[in-house]
Ligand binder design. Structure first.
Ligand code: ATP
Ligand code: MG
Length: 321
């Protein structure tokens, strides 16, 4: 198991109260496996990713749980150790490639520095690795493009460069936070294909964060559906998308146009996800749920059938429920 997150909680201690951005989250990512983490805006997906790589800033901090990476708990590790791990064994790709890239440095300088930050190799060897990585993500004439600056690339190419940088050390785990959301569908599917191929070839595990069920359905092996800081349903892509049981998952699927027959009206989930400081007790989805009853005011325990798990008092058996 590359990554095993157990009962992770990350809270923000604000003036108005404690925002439980991540509130007891557990999931696993096996070697070479792609786990899609989906959910509405504000559900805690990014903070889950930042918690794993140790980049949660005050007033936030991990308040409980374990993050077992290759069997070792990352929670509470000294900053220096986390820095050594980041980029080398665990890499992160962001929605905005400029989170990774420095606008005033050439791609060559940035990539060579990234290689040499973790490995003692000559500049020539580091350069060769940079060229190889750019080739892997499909940058044409990588040797010539190395001298270019970030602004000389298109958005899609810039994201490829950011992915190439993430690949420089062949990390065991990549956390990708909406890396294709800002790109048009053609570029998006090219990048998804590259990532899927490389993760298979190198046995890299991938935590793919997205609010786009369609992207995750095509890319991931398993899915975890997050709502209000918790994972409400998880399983293989087939289990969760073909036989969803949690009313929230069903609601999400009904609000995706591609899942419907032509002419059928979209059915958005009513209301909005409550911000962390205004979440109801019990099941956090109950105020928007078509199946909620009084019992939902208490905490639903986790149920499971094989690898398919959910937290709901009223699991649905058919999509039409
Ligand atoms: N610095 C902060 N201070 C207080 N609360 C915060 C802070 N950063 C994040 N949060 C809270 O944590 C919750 C989860 O945020 P997160 O960024 O993980 O959501 P997300 O699922 O990634 O959403 P999106 O799809 O919009 O990226 C948010 O509801 C937000 O209110
Ligand atoms: Mg986010």
């Amino acid at each position: 198991m590359t990554l095993k997150v157990e009962n992770l909680s990350t809270h923000f201690f604000t003036r108005d109260g404690v925002a439980k951005a991540v509130d007891g989250v557990s999931f696993e990512v096996g070697r070479g496996e792609i786990l899609g983490l989906v959910g509405e805006s504000g559900s805690g997906k990014s903070i889950t990713g930042f918690s794993i790589i140790g980049l949660v800033d005050p007033p936030g901090r991990v308040t409980g749980g374990k993050i077992l990476f290759q069997g070792q708990d990352l929670v509470g590790r000294p900053a220096g150790e986390m820095r050594a791990l980041r980029g080398k064994k665990i890499a992160m790709i962001f929605q905005d490639p400029m989170m990774t890239l420095n606008p005033v440095l050439s791609i060559e300088t940035q990539m060579v520095e990234t290689v040499r930050a973790h490995d003692r190799v000559s500049k020539a060897d580091a350069r060769a690795r940079a060229i190889e990585a750019l080739g892997l993500v499909g940058i044409p004439s990588p040797e010539e493009r190395l001298a270019a600056y970030p602004h000389q690339f298109s958005g899609g190419m810039r994201q490829r460069v950011a992915i190439a940088i993430a690949l420089l050390h062949r990390p065991d785990l990549i956390i990708a936070d909406e890396p294709t959301t800002a790109l048009d569908v053609t570029i998006q599917s090219q990048i998804l294909a590259v990532i899927q191929r490389l993760s298979g070839e190198f046995g890299m595990s991938l935590l793919w964060i997205s609010h786009d069920l369609g992207v995750v359905a095509g890319l991931a092996h398993r899915i975890a559906v997050m709502y209000a800081g918790r994972i409400v349903e998880t399983g293989t892509v087939d289990e969760v998308l073909d036989r969803p049981v949690h009313p929230y998952t069903i609601g999400l699927m009904r609000s995706v146009p591609a899942n419907l027959d032509r002419g059928e009206p979209l059915t958005p989930i009513p209301g909005m996800a409550p911000p962390p400081l205004r979440r109801p007790g019990g099941c956090p989805f109950r105020l928007r749920c078509f199946a909620a009853t009084e019992i939902c005011e208490t905490e639903p325990a986790e149920s499971q059938a094989a690898g398919h798990r959910w937290r709901c008092f009223h699991p649905q058996t058919a999509r039409a429920a």
